[in-house]
Design a protein around this ligand. Structure first.
Ligand SMILES: [Zn+2]
Length: 152
């Protein structure tokens, strides 16, 4: 049974795509990135964020990702071994200020963080890639390649 393989793989297979949290996706799907973000902040920054939000500031007003990188992601509760993979990937990108990462980099970091619950050991990058490509929750997607690629 020939399955119609939708050959819309525009990104070249030999090219290793970088993944990031696509903030436009949140706008397009009417989701709130800052809501998602708030629940990942440490207690201190969560309070600040809530306080800011209730002051009626613009919705886009949010805790910068550098705060997560510098503070919240360093708290012991930010990553824990039992969190779902997608959650871990999402948090990993947050802790990296949403700098695009390859599936290999992501899976390597997950191992470093001790989040490699079996799944990550074999073919981890492939698993990560597939999960991200199918994500409908976190807005993860391949990063556009229009960015000037410094280095190779
Ligand atoms: Zn914090």
């Amino acid at each position: 049974m020939p399955k119609t393989q939708t050959a819309r793989t525009e990104t070249h297979p030999s090219h290793n795509p970088l993944y990031f949290i696509n903030l436009h996706w949140y706008e397009e799907t009417n989701r709130s990135f800052s809501v998602l973000l708030t629940t990942r902040l440490c207690a201190t920054h969560r309070e600040q964020q809530v306080a800011t939000a209730t002051k009626g500031k613009r919705k886009g007003e949010k805790t910068p990702l550098s705060t997560i990188k510098g503070c919240c992601s360093r708290k012991p509760e930010f990553f824990h071994p039992n969190m779902p993979i997608m959650e871990a990937i999402f948090r990993l990108l947050l802790s990296n200020e949403n700098q695009p990462m390859t599936a290999e980099e992501i899976s390597a970091r997950l191992v470093e963080l001790g989040l490699d619950n079996n799944w990550v050991r074999d073919g981890a990058a492939g698993v990560v890639r597939r999960l991200i490509e199918h994500d409908r929750v976190y807005g993860l997607s391949p990063a556009p390649e229009s960015q000037p690629a410094s280095g190779s």
